[in-house]
Design a protein around this ligand. Structure first.
Ligand code: ZN
Length: 406
């Protein structure tokens, strides 16, 4: 293959050009981590004492959110994105809601935290879609409290005015989000859904969200989003773990993206979403690390299939091609020119060696069903990871220092 200005200009099979670099093992397109919150990385391996629930985990997450400032967030996000790059991620979708300073007081530049995240992505060698999330209340009929104040703008118009000042560039695109139907009143949904770009929302991760939504509005979260025009081919719903057959039909019929986050859903004991059924109905699948309980994108793809097997007691619920499609859903983040090794596409590559203990003997077409180590990652034609090492240096040390500072 040949790369000019960060894009493939020629792709030939079995014909290495003179002077070409040969990558080891199986070479795949770069991966998209369609949904995550960089600061949650500080919680990995620290929330497992005394069991707890999604809601008690959320209290621990809020405690980290309370402590972050622009400097500590830059260090943490840089290291977190670098860890994702080591796993083959070339596009990160950052679902960003930690907008303001302590007590909800805006920084002098109200997009300071966005600037920090953009810098972190640049340093870590990944492209970014900054998914700016609107967050206006604590729940149905519940005001904001404590750390949630840092997430909120004065109203949806203030959120929209702030987001309108964010500018895309070659490394960063802007997307919009409603945090969830809990955190955003229905009247605000048309403004957010009308954003000129991708629109994202957390959907039905917990049965309690469904119950509270039905009690407050008489509709399920999916019905509510659809009634307010939020769902369509630009929309990504995250989790969709507890969706009924009516919601499955709606999400499929609207050709929405559904972003599964299997390691997070396992970690938080959320449940198993009907991903095969959603795909059959017409929804397009994507994958996210969400709370960064792990940073193994190939493992997330494997988990998508494994969870289906446990739920259905059938093997082969997704083909390798379908899993690769979910791994490369850059389009859900607004990068339709990324995700395939083809002329005109951005030159992103991930090389997975087949001569390592985890992959020895593996059929190249089934590499995602084995424990893998990524050797090389190329983004826009630039080498970001080589020999399993990030060009930025020791990512473990960066993470230890960034988390230690919190
Ligand atoms: Zn999330």
């Amino acid at each position: 293959m040949e790369v000019v200005d960060g894009a493939f200009t020629a792709v030939e099979i079995g014909a290495p050009a003179a002077g070409a670099s040969i990558l080891p093992g199986v070479v795949l397109p770069g991966f998209a981590d369609v949904h995550g919150h960089a600061f949650h990385r500080a919680l990995r391996g620290r929330t497992h004492d005394d069991g707890g629930t999604f809601w008690t985990w959320r209290e621990q997450m809020y405690a980290v959110a309370e402590r972050l400032d622009p400097d500590t967030y830059l260090a943490l996000a840089r290291a977190t994105y670098a860890e994702l790059a080591l796993a083959g991620v070339t596009t990160v979708g950052e679902f960003h809601y930690l907008h303001h300073g302590p007590g909800g007081v805006p920084y002098d530049d109200p997009n300071t935290m966005s600037t920090v995240l953009r810098q972190a992505a640049q340093d870590a060698g990944v492209r970014l879609t900054l998914i700016d999330a609107c967050y206006l209340r604590g729940g149905f009929g519940t005001p904001l409290s404590g750390p949630q104040l840092r997430f909120a703008d004065r109203g949806v118009d203030a959120w929209a005015a702030r987001v309108a000042t964010l500018k895309a560039d070659d490394h960063c695109r802007i997307a919009a989000a409603a945090h969830s139907v809990r955190a955003v009143p229905a009247e605000a949904l048309p403004t957010i859904g009308g954003f000129d770009g991708p629109v994202h929302v957390h959907l039905s991760e917990q049965p309690a969200e469904n119950d509270e939504c039905v009690a407050a509005t008489g509709r399920t979260p999916t019905q509510l989003l659809d009634d307010y025009g939020f769902l369509g081919p630009r929309a990504t719903v995250v989790h969709a773990t507890h969706v009924d057959p009516d919601a499955v039909r709606t999400l499929g019929g609207r050709r929405a993206w559904v972003c599964a986050c299997p390691s997070t859903e396992r970690d938080l004991a959320d449940g198993i979403g009907p991903m095969r059924t959603l795909a059959d109905a017409g929804a397009r699948l994507a994958l996210g690390t969400d709370q960064h309980v792990g940073a193994d994108l190939l493992g997330e793809a494997r988990a998508l299939e494994d969870d289906e097997r446990l739920g259905s007691r059938e093997r082969g619920r997704f083909t390798s091609a379908e899993l690769l499609g979910a791994l490369t859903a850059h389009e859900a983040l607004g990068w339709a020119d990324t995700g395939a090794i083809a002329v005109g596409q951005r030159a992103d590559l991930v090389a997975v060696p087949l001569d390592q203990p985890g992959t020895a003997g593996v059929d190249p077409g089934q590499v995602m069903f084995a424990p893998t180590n990524v050797d090389t990652v190329v983004r826009d034609g630039h080498v970001v990871v080589s020999g399993g090492r990030h060009v930025i240096g020791d990512v473990g040390r960066l993470l230890v220092d960034a988390i230690g500072a919190l």
